[in-house]
Design a protein around this ligand. Structure first.
Ligand code: SF4
Ligand code: SF4
Ligand code: SF4
Length: 412
């Protein structure tokens, strides 16, 4: 079966993951790094990865009409993904449906290659459960009067994150392979189970909080921007409602595009207005093949600037992760699917998953190996210090609430 994977814009993690299809001898895979130069030919399956802009519309139509089946693989392509947050600042990151109808969609950030393979081979789809049904935490849905942030310590290892006041998008997500929830990180909603999942989660979270109000009406800026105001209780306690509720789905949320002026680049427009504790999770998602080094650079910038000391064991695990990132680049260059698989398993062992959910400020959120030595490399709760932070190719500033006000990421 002739299958081609096309990489459009942004992070290449989903595109790279398609390499694993090579392990199936019935799939003849070619990775097309630059679809704009692709000479059209008839193919069985086209896999589209990366986020799409209006200038990609024509190429998408051509790919669609050359292939018997077109699969949008990953949130960037299906819903705009984390890059779609830049639409708050006026960008036009567009879900594939607007450019070509009838695509098969595989959501996820990182999207799951097992689902992709079954789709290509026409296998019967397993019925996915709601994420909460596969979560070890127990939900009571009791009313709360406090919203917490990821920098606040967890009180209970068994209680649902939402019941503790932390926002967990598990209520509106399907079960997944990467399972951030098992690595001390609330579900951020990359596999939505329902349309307009952000709006639904916002409603549910507001209801759970009982006595808090969320301002969702349009303002002079438009509804998206209203959500970044600070005149309601949720936004006051959890600054950045847009980033927390529409992290992967802003272009399909139904909310109008924002009118906040762009800072200049897509990356700046994604990061600015996000929270400091969320930043490593964003670099872990959209950093593509540099996700590990970028995430660690950002974390280490804040640690250095605020005097957080990390243990030798943390340093060693981080070094291992950086080595693995280099090895992964070589495996991609050599198009070696077996090596890619082994290296990604090792990354998952240390970082929890390919979203690096286990990696945080001061160390790791959950044990990597033996439970009894976890104190040696456990992440530390930290305070917010307004200021500017710099390390390697990353430089950013935060305000007194920990909201990112500026960021520069130099090209490698
Ligand atoms: S940002 Fe997420 S969905 Fe987009 S390509 Fe990277 S891993 Fe895939
Ligand atoms: S909302 Fe999150 S923490 Fe709560 S049960 Fe669902 S997945 Fe688990
Ligand atoms: S737990 Fe993580 S990987 Fe799973 S759906 Fe939620 S955000 Fe996505």
């Amino acid at each position: 079966m002739k299958v081609k994977a096309f990489q459009f814009n942004g992070c290449k993690k989903c595109f790279n993951e398609t390499l694993l299809l090579k392990k199936d001898s019935s799939i003849q895979l070619e990775l097309v790094q630059n679809p704009r130069n692709w000479k059209e030919e008839k193919i069985d399956v086209a896999i589209v990865c990366g986020y799409l802009l209006p200038e990609d519309k024509e190429k998408i139509s051509k790919i669609g009409s050359s292939a018997k089946q077109i699969i949008a693989y990953g949130d960037c392509t299906t819903t705009g993904g984390v890059f779609g947050l830049a639409n708050q600042k006026g960008w036009s990151i567009t879900p594939i449906d607007k450019y070509f109808e009838g695509t098969t969609k595989i959501n996820g950030c990182l999207a799951e290659v097992e689902e992709l393979k079954s789709e290509i081979k026409g296998e019967e789809k397993p019925k996915l459960k709601a994420l909460c049904q596969s979560c070890k935490r127990k939900s009571t849905c009791e009313f709360l009067d406090e919203v917490k942030r990821q920098i606040d310590p967890f009180e209970d290892e068994e209680m649902c994150f939402n019941d503790q006041g932390f926002l967990c998008n598990g209520y509106v997500s399907t079960e997944c392979k990467e399972r951030c929830i098992d690595y001390g990180t609330q579900c951020r909603g990359c596999k939505p189970m329902v349309p307009r999942s952000g709006i639904r989660m916002l409603g549910m979270f507001g209801t759970l909080m009982g006595n808090v109000e969320v301002a969702t009406e349009a303002s002079k800026y438009g509804a998206t921007d209203k959500l970044s105001d600070e005149d309601d209780d949720v936004t006051e306690s959890l600054p950045d409602v847009v980033g927390n509720f529409f992290r992967f789905t802003l272009p399909t949320s139904g909310l109008p595009k924002g009118k906040i002026p762009s800072k200049g680049s897509v990356l700046e427009d994604i990061f600015v207005d996000r929270l400091i504790e969320e930043a490593p999770l964003i670099t872990g998602l959209l950093g593509g093949e540099n996700a590990i080094s970028l995430t660690l650079s950002l974390i280490e910038a804040y640690e250095k600037g605020t005097g957080i000391d990390v243990s030798e064991k943390t340093v060693q695990y981080r070094k291992d992760l950086k080595n693995l990132e280099n090895q992964l680049k070589t495996a991609m260059k050599d198009q070696d699917a077996n090596k890619y698989e082994n290296i990604t398993s090792e990354i998952r062992r240390i970082a929890g998953n390919m979203n690096l959910s286990n990696v945080f400020f001061g160390g790791f959120k959950t044990p990597v190996g033996e439970l009894n030595d976890f104190e040696e490399y456990k992440s530390q709760s930290f305070e917010i210090f307004e200021g500017n932070y710099k390390n390697g190719r990353i430089e950013f500033g935060i305000d007194s609430k920990g909201v990112i006000t500026k960021i520069k990421i130099k090209e490698e």
